[in-house]
Write a protein that binds this ligand. Structure first.
Ligand code: NDP
Length: 448
């Protein structure tokens, strides 16, 4: 058995109850075969694959808080510090009822490679809780965030581990957590990113993941002599990533005709009105039915199992920006039948493994989230730089750096794929480019 298969078998045995984590490890190690095969002795001797698939540590803790009725509630908190070979652990905090250790480990594992790809000095980590922020009052959210940070503060720091937002953790939650960290530790430091602009946040962080996705998509299309202007796009989700992906797609002259949330989707052949979408989602925090009610050109469809949702329409570019495993093999077949040119992932692992393989086998340009949505974490690292300098850069400065980083990421993943004989396989290219840097750093730092 080759080295990759040996390690995959061990990882499966040790983590049998964590399907998302196993899926991520399998996808990454599978695509690293060319680079592992070319350097097997070195990586095997240093147990690089065994070490990179085992977190440095995983912390689980109780989060007790009091709801508005005076009832004590208990959630479970997580922080998985996966790998700090190239910099402090960095990765978001997800607040969603579906959160469990396997999901946090999958996200933390992916984060190692994504962070490496940004060209910036950040390691991989992820955290969160099974707390559901939906329907909670501001006071309940604050009570949860303060309790969560009371425990988490023991394990993080500006040079140790710098968490950020993710699903369910936006500016409000980061603010409450930052306040509690400051109170407990007595230290005003860049310990979280995604902070408000008045206390150390970076301009353009809100836009970064969505904008970055489009900068990379544009670089990919340009490399294939395709002009993004005039293209039609399907976007899923209507959260932070989706909204700013839609906005930048429109800036670049493309037209986005769909968006979705967990209860349904919108088809708007005139193009999504992004200002209206922001009003519905960012200000009113309402459902998409409100968007449809205010926009005569839009159709609203309630989500039904087995339907293709936003992937059923004839579009040139597909941009999944909602959640994991939201684009499956049947959806991929539908997209291919409708002549899609590219699928670039704004969310983390939204495309199932079978769907990814099908898209690639059918000549669709496919870039996974690890590279395509790295703009968010890259800008978080730029926020860390600004905090360290105690300076704030302008929107244009940050946005310009983001654009440069996304173009470099595309160039690096394309080059890595070519170097290992898998030209055009940007999933392999991203994993290889991200992995090489981390593996070299691990070897240089000895057994640790
Ligand atoms: P948000 O919470 O802002 O938005 C998530 C969106 O996805 C919402 O529209 C939500 O709908 C929808 N959604 C959630 N679950 C489902 C589901 N099961 N079916 C359909 N729609 C669903 O999160 P973000 O936009 O920040 O994150 C989206 C994805 O991007 C995640 O995978 C995240 O990990 C990834 N990501 C985010 C980054 C960032 O900077 N924000 C950086 C890199 C990756 P509803 O409102 O109904 O729940």
């Amino acid at each position: 058995m080759g080295y990759v298969d040996e390690v995959l078998a061990k990882v499966k045995e040790k983590n049998a109850s964590e399907p998302e984590f196993l899926q991520a490890v399998e996808e990454v190690l599978d695509s690293l075969r060319p680079v592992i095969d070319a350097n097997e002795e070195l990586y095997r001797k240093n147990a690089i694959l065994e070490r990179i698939t085992e977190p440095d540590r995983q912390i689980m803790f109780r989060v007790p808080w009091v709801d508005d009725k005076g009832q004590v509630q208990v959630n479970r908190g997580y922080r998985v510090q996966f790998n700090n070979a190239i910099g402090p652990y960095k990765g978001g905090l997800r607040l969603h009822p579906s959160v469990n250790l396997g999901i946090i480990k999958f996200l933390g594992f992916e984060q190692i490679f994504k962070n490496s790809l940004t060209t910036l000095p950040i390691g991989g980590g992820k955290g969160g809780s099974d707390f559901d922020p939906k329907g909670k009052s501001d006071r309940e959210i604050m009570a949860f965030c303060q309790s969560f940070m009371t425990e988490l503060s023991k394990y993080i720091g500006a040079d140790v581990d710098v968490p950020a937002g993710d699903i369910g953790t936006g500016a409000r939650e980061i603010g409450f957590m930052f306040g509690q960290y400051k109170r407990i530790r007595g230290s005003f430091e860049g310990v979280l990113t995604g902070k408000g602009l008045t206390y150390g946040g970076s301009l353009a962080r809100t836009q970064a993941t969505g904008y970055g996705l489009l900068y990379l998509t544009n670089a990919l299309l340009k490399d294939h002599d395709i002009d993004i202007a005039g293209k039609t796009c399907a976007v899923s989700g209507s959260g932070n990533v989706a909204i700013y992906a839609i906005e930048k797609a429109h800036h670049l002259g493309a037209k986005v005709v769909t968006c979705s949330d967990s209860t349904g989707w919108i088809y708007d052949p005139e193009g999504i009105d992004v200002e209206l979408l922001k009003e519905v989602k960012e200000v009113k925090r309402a459902r998409l039915t409100e968007y449809a009610a205010a926009r005569p050109s839009a159709e609203y469809h309630a989500k039904q199992n087995g339907e293709h949702g936003v992937w059923q329409y004839k579009v040139d570019l597909a941009l999944p920006c909602a959640t994991q495993n939201e684009l499956d093999l049947e959806d991929a077949k539908m997209l291919v039948a409708n002549g899609v040119t590219s699928v670039t992932e704004g969310a983390n692992m939204p495309t199932t493994l079978e769907a990814t393989k099908y898209l690639q086998a059918n000549g669709v340009l496919f870039v996974g989230g690890k590279a395509a949505n790295a703009g968010g974490v890259a800008t978080s690292a730029l926020e860390m730089s600004q905090n360290s300098e105690r300076l704030s850069w302008t929107f244009e400065e940050v946005d310009g750096k983001l654009k440069g980083i996304m173009e470099t990421i595309y160039a690096n993943i394309s080059d890595a794929a070519k170097r290992y004989g898998v030209e055009g396989d940007y999933v392999a290219g991203a994993n290889i480019a991200g992995f090489e840097k981390v593996a070299n750093a691990m070897i240089a730092q000895g057994v640790c």
